[in-house]
Write a protein that binds this ligand. Structure first.
Ligand code: DP6
Length: 337
């Protein structure tokens, strides 16, 4: 067994959002969610197995070499390594090097791809077999609920069924429907309030219970639209759910305001485009950036229209993709300078 394993794991964009948890540390959600796994926004992670009892290490791999991780990410990664070690029944230390293809903590699910990658790479390096369902539950236990969806490709629901601790389930593979996600960057850099704080405050909003009541019908509508590959059915539901997440955030105590002026400009432009017959719909995770979901035919026009708006720093052209994949090479070697 080689003592290193490198993986590329995707971010995902939620169509119906996970917002609010009954147990935040273990990421037990108050509601089910559905997402599309992405292709371009990925975390690449190498895990190296160290000697028994050796202290764990967490590094960011950058063009200029390796920098030690710090703050909340380091704490969460170390706690997750401990958990994975327990699951794998080993006392080996683990060294991690990780790198994102996109700006971290900007409303693109960086912890989803990061913790999915960490989970898959650590078990791979330790040579421990796990089913996709086990990986989903383990990734969720990192505290990043959305990570439970990033271990699968295509269109994914989490949890599968009524048990809130159940793993995610793939509704359809990426090959089922070629949808695009034009990620419009209006804010690069960390958002002011983490998703964890957002979940914590969600139930304080007067709009929270109303959304909970609407979610079962929304989930059913999104599943049906995915099955029928019907963007005109999917679009209104995902836009409504995203706006409502932000309505809940804005009316939580204390209130959270993720939007920037350019967020609204993008939302308006997408509506304008629809009036001109372009099939494009907006959604946002907990951040200022807007994900515009559209057909391959509409993508170029959507990009051209949105990237010239005031306050837009750029766009990432993404689309539906597969789940985590082992890749060649080592981030430890790559970043040696
Ligand atoms: C708004 O607790 O999974 O993106 O760990 O920061 O990725 P991160 O967040 P997590 O909450 C995700 C909240 C959301 C909606 C969603 O992805 O379902």
């Amino acid at each position: 067994m080689s003592n290193e394993y490198t993986v590329s794991a995707p971010a995902n964009i939620a169509f119906i959002k996970y917002w609010g948890a009954t147990d935040l540390e273990r990421a037990i959600p108050c509601n089910a969610s559905i997402s599309m796994t992405l292709r371009e926004c990925v975390s690449r992670t190498t895990v190296r197995v160290l000697a028994p009892g050796a202290p764990d290490e967490v590094w960011h791999a950058t063009d200029g070499g390796m920098t030690p991780a710090d703050g909340a990410f380091r704490d969460r990664a170390l706690a997750h390594l401990e958990r994975l070690r327990g699951w794998a029944k080993t006392d080996r230390g683990l060294a991690v090097a990780t790198r994102n293809s996109f700006p971290a903590a900007a409303g693109i699910a960086s912890s989803a791809s990061g913790f999915a990658a960490l989970t898959v790479a650590a078990l791979g390096a330790l040579g421990v077999e796990a089913t996709t369902q086990e990986l989903s539950v383990l990734a969720r236990r990192s505290g990043s609920g959305s990570a439970s969806r990033s271990v699968m490709g295509g269109y994914v629901q989490w949890p599968d069924g009524d048990d809130p601790e159940a793993p995610a389930r793939q509704l359809a593979p990426a090959s089922h429907w070629d949808l695009r996600d034009v990620v419009v960057l209006v804010q690069i850099g960390p958002k002011g309030v983490s998703s964890l704080d957002g979940h914590r405050r969600a139930t304080s909003s007067p709009h929270y219970e109303r959304r909970q009541a609407l979610i079962p019908d929304r989930l059913a509508a999104v599943r049906a639209a995915i099955e029928a590959r019907d963007l005109e059915r999917l679009g209104p539901v995902i836009e409504e759910d995203a706006i409502e997440l932000h309505l809940i955030a804005m009316s939580s105590t204390p209130s959270i305001f993720y939007w920037r002026p350019a967020t609204l400009r993008v939302l308006e432009a997408v509506r304008r485009m629809r009036h001109c017959g372009i099939e494009a719909w907006s959604t946002m995770d907990a951040g200022a950036n807007v994900h515009v979901i559209c057909t391959p035919q509409a993508e170029a026009e959507v990009v051209a229209e949105l990237e010239q708006l005031d306050g837009v720093h750029g766009v990432i052209r993404d689309g539906v993709g597969n789940g985590p994949e082992p890749i060649r090479g080592s981030l430890f070697e790559e970043s040696r300078s």
